[in-house]
Structure formats: C-alpha cells, structure tokens
Design a protein around this ligand. Structure first.
Ligand code: UD1
Length: 417
C-alpha cells in the first residue's frame, strides 16, 4: 500500500491551481444517463472517485473517454440499470445513479450503501422521496430494487441532504408534472448540477434563499453538451488552511471566492492575511494564530469537509477553541491520529475542544477518510522531521496531484510503495 513520507517544517511559497470539483462532477456524470447522448465534460479531476463513477457508467453501458481532465460520455447504449455492491461500497456517491436510472428505465437496482468510517450514513430521504413520486421500493439481497414511472410531487426533506437533493432533482427532470423540493441543499455542487441540467434543456427553478427547487418535468433533454465543472472549494480550503498552519505565502488559482466566504471569514478571524481577487486569492500566514470556533453546517455555513483541516490549524492557535460538528456527529476519527502529533483535543459528544500547543511533533499516522487524511498531511508538513502517512488511498479519492501541488510549493513530500 502506498504511503507518504513527509519531511515537515518547511514553509510553502508559490502558486497552486485548484482542480475541478469532485462533488460537483460526480452527480453531473450520473446525470448523463438520463438522456441518451454524447456529453463532453471539462475540468474533471482525475481521482479515484471520478474513475469509479466512470467505471460504474461503463457497467451501465456507457462508453467513456477520460483524458486530460476531459470526459466524454456516450450514454446512447446504456442498457443495464444496475449499480453493483463492489462499486457502491467503495464510493457512496455511486448512489447518484439511482435517480437517473429510474428516470431513463423506470427501474434501477442499486446496492444499499453500508456505513462509513465516521458512522451511519443512511439513504432514507432518497427512498422516501422516490416513493412519494410513485416508485416502488424493495430490498433484495442487499440491493434496493426500485421501479415505476415518476410523477411530480411535493417533497420536503426532514434535514438538508446534498445527495438526496441531487438524486431527486435528477429523478424529477423528466417526471410527469412538477416536483417541488423543499429544505433542499443549495451547496454550490448541487447548483452546478442544476446548471448542467438546465443547459441540456431541463426546467429547474432555483430559490436559493428558500432552499427550494421547482422542477417542471420535460419530455426530452438535449443530448449534446459541453460543460465545465466548477473548481473544488474543499481542495481550495485545504490549501488555504495548509499555508496558514505551515507558514509562508501562496496564491491559489482557479477558485470561486464566493464559495469560500465562510472559510475566508474564519481565517481572517484567525489572523491570517488574505487578498481576494476575481478567481484567485493570495494568503499569507501570520503569528500568532488566534483560536476561532467553528460549527459545521449546510452551505453557506462552514463545510464539514473542512472540519478536520480546521482542527489541525487550531492545534497551534494561542488558546482553546471549539469545533461543533453538526452534519456528521461522529466525524472525528482524525482526533486519535492527530494526538500522535502531540495535539491536545478533547471530545464531548459532537464537540471537540482544542488546546493550542507550541509545536507539532513528527509521527507515523494512518488515514481514515478523505478529509481526515488531508488534515494528517498538513499536520505532517508542519511537524519538523519525518512523518509517515499511510493508507493514502483515501486521499487519492479526493485530491488531484497532491504530491506535485505541495511539491511545487516547496514542501518535502513523496509517495512511496
Ligand atoms: C455529501 C458530500 C460529502 C459531504 C456531505 C455533507 C458528495 C459526493 N459528498 O455527502 O463530501 O461531507 O455531503 O456536506 O457530494 N442523511 C440522512 N438520510 C439520508 C441522507 C442524508 O439522514 O437519506 C443525513 C446524513 O446522515 C447527514 C446529513 O443528512 O447527517 C447530510 O448528509 P448528505 O448531505 O446527504 O451527505 P452526502 O450527500 O452523502
């Protein structure tokens, strides 16, 4: 298994370019199933997750050409409405094919995703909404078997869910009638999916302030489309936090600053210097780092996908800070590993209390999920001496060229077998 060997303690300087958003492109890829056609998608990050989704689409019957961050998906001959367990268990976002398959074939068999490293991640909202749209749902040998032609309906999620919102929007674009989706996610990645769908002829109205979508079913979408995915705000946020922690000054290119507003605000509170331009920002570390509390919540709140990285930053703040995790109450597997660097963190239910220390100490650590891994990498880049981060296949799911990107900034990180 590959691991990173990191020689920490070097400040970082220079420029880094952010890749396309993983969480935006995955549902967009799934959406190409809905209408037979050939789709060209640009700014696609080459990651384990995008490759897994491409593999899944191939199993469904699509032809895929994936090179140079461009993806061509020919969905004309899709004929197998099945998402098997071996793919769904490696990537929960495989569940995104459910809505599109049902829309195209009036049937779908999708393996029920299990738990994940940070606790239960149910799919009940997806299934309840599809039932409300007229589908029949059965469980057979660990698979959800779902059939029926979909009708417009009024859906109100009990809690905001990114995945359920995306799935139901995709299920609704060709449903019979109007679907109103309330208490829906307005994360930039879902807005990107909606924009893609509207570009190919869907009729989706967005009421961002009300967390509502109104989807009027259409008979046909335009099959041909060229579309560019938004930049990955979580990757950008990770580099922002990295430089604040490690020290130095970097410019982060290819970003949409609006998508990062809460992160920018929190970093300013922490005393970091940030200069925001149109599609980039320059960020310079400064001492001391001030303790800043965060609470994760739905967009535009602080993203849970940056919680682990923020925690590392706070381990070197002067004083105590508190992180409240409101999306995934158990998403704290990184704490045990961070303690190996000498961090002082106390967990009480869904709140972590971090007491700043003077320095981080190098250590061998183990990745547990994508974002937790990122937090370990930046901690290791700060800690003087050699650290080893193992199980980095988690990182490969979500960070394109992380070794090259940090390497170009002057960090000493290499990948070994
Ligand atoms: C997506 C992101 C993930 C991010 C998360 C929250 C992708 C591929 N993944 O995951 O990186 O951390 O949003 O921003 O985009 N819930 C239910 N029942 C459901 C669905 C969700 O109870 O049927 C709960 C979850 O347990 C969680 C909350 O709703 O507490 C939000 O989860 P959700 O937004 O659905 O996360 P994902 O779409 O899986």
């Amino acid at each position: 298994m590959d691991k990173f060997i990191i020689n920490g303690g070097r400040k970082i300087f220079g420029e880094v370019t952010i890749s396309g958003s993983k969480n935006a492109v995955l549902p967009i890829m799934a959406a190409t199933i809905i209408e037979p056609g050939i789709y060209t998608i640009k700014n696609v990050p080459i990651l384990r997750d995008t490759v897994t989704m491409a593999r899944l689409l191939e199993i469904i019957g699509a032809k895929i050409t994936f090179s140079d961050n461009q993806l061509i998906i020919d969905s004309n001959n899709c004929n197998n409405p099945i998402a098997p367990y071996d793919l769904v268990k490696t990537m929960r976002a495989s569940f995104y094919v459910l809505g599109p398959l049902l829309s195209r074939f009036n049937e779908a068999t999708v393996s029920l995703p299990g738990g994940c490293a940070w606790g239960p991640r149910p799919v009940d909202f997806h299934l309840k909404a599809l039932k409300e749209m007229g589908a029949k749902v059965n469980l057979d040998y660990g698979n959800i078997v779902i059939t029926g032609s979909l009708k417009g309906s009024n859906i109100k999620f009990k809690k905001i869910s990114v995945g359920a919102t995306g799935n139901i929007i995709m299920a609704a674009v060709k449903a019979d009638g109007i679907t109103v989706i309330e208490n829906a996610s307005v994360e930039p990645e879902i807005i990107n999916l909606v924009d893609f769908l509207n570009n190919i002829g869907a009729d989706i109205k967005v009421f961002k302030d009300k967390n509502r979508y109104v989807v009027a079913g259409v008979d046909k979408l335009n099959c041909l489309s060229e579309y560019e995915v938004i930049p990955d705000r979580i990757e950008a946020g990770t580099y922002m936090i990295a430089v604040a922690l490690i020290g130095g000054k970097i410019t982060i290119n290819n970003i949409i600053p609006n998508h990062l507003q809460i992160v920018i605000d929190k970093m300013l509170d922490a005393g970091v210097m940030i200069n925001v331009a149109d599609q980039s920002l320059t960020i310079e570390s400064s001492q001391p780092i001030k303790p800043v509390n965060i609470t994760t919540s739905e967009y535009p709140g602080f993203p849970t996908d940056l919680q682990a990285q923020w925690m590392v930053l706070m381990t070197l703040a002067k004083g105590e800070s508190k992180i409240t995790e409101n999306i995934y109450k158990d998403r704290f597997t990184h704490i045990a590993e961070l303690k190996r660097f000498g961090c002082i963190i106390r967990l009480e239910e869904n709140c972590a209390f971090i007491t700043g220390v003077d320095k981080l100490k190098s250590a061998p650590v183990m990745s547990t999920d994508i974002r937790a891994s990122a937090s370990l990498v930046i901690a290791a880049l700060k800690a003087k001496g050699e650290s080893e981060v193992s199980r980095i296949y988690h990182l490969d799911r979500g960070y394109e060229n992380i070794v090259d990107k940090f390497g170009q900034l002057g960090a000493n990180i290499k990948r070994v077998k």
